[in-house]
Design a protein around this ligand. Structure first.
Ligand SMILES: [Zn+2]
Length: 74
């Protein structure tokens, strides 16, 4: 049961799109690799940086991540 949507995951625009990540991904060591909900592998540096406003606009939302979150929240 996931009543609080904020605990499901976090979105972050990275070089391969706007993906969602589990909350534990943020606490990984810099330089490590982590995986988005859709399975895309991303460097934690990209995940932990503060994204520019334009990155949120420019990067397309990953629909696989979106679907994964939507299913979890059900
Ligand atoms: Zn994704």
């Amino acid at each position: 049961m996931l009543a609080d949507g904020a605990k499901v995951g976090r979105w972050q625009p990275v070089s391969s799109g706007r993906h969602a990540f589990g909350l534990d991904a943020r606490s990984s060591e810099p330089g490590e690799l982590t995986r988005a909900l859709c399975g895309v592998v991303v460097r934690t540096d990209e995940l932990q940086r503060v994204a520019d406003e334009i990155d949120w606009i420019r990067e397309p939302t990953c629909m696989d991540c979106w679907r994964e979150l939507a299913d979890r929240a059900r």
